[in-house]
Design a protein around this ligand. Sequence first.
Ligand code: TYD
Length: 140
Amino acid sequence: MDKLSKKNMELSRLIEFSLMGDERGSLVAMDSSLGVPFKVKRAYFIFDTKKGVVRGCHAHRSLHQVAVCVSGSCNIILDNGVVRENIIMNSPIIGLDLPPMLWHEMNNFSDDCILLVLASDFYDESEYIRSYEEFLSCIK
Ligand code: TYD
């Protein structure tokens, strides 16, 4: 893809999950038949994030993830090396697609924020790109 196409690209792909509820309250289910674009192998969540903290700041070579802010709010910044987009995450039924080779950063966590992340594979530090300069050279 050339630089101009990348510049005109919208980076955020949002997945709307179904809200299942009854008189007892609400429930949201997530799997590959319900909008997650991969088979989920791992889930983790980030919570109790301290004021002013910025997390993420990396891209993945091959890992595909979906982030859902199941409580509170935070921002996720997406960056493809040309365009940066800020997404406000504040709904437990909206997933943000985080495909491989997309730089992402998270900030502005509310005190009650719980950010759930579904992942296509087990944790593997060697497939992280944690240097922005390396990310830029990889996507050239
Ligand atoms: P890190 O990737 O730095 O978090 P973030 O990118 O959200 O800021 O992860 C923090 C620590 O947790 C780091 O030591 C790696 C470890 N970790 C695991 O052991 N398993 C996992 O599934 C994840 C996501 C992280």
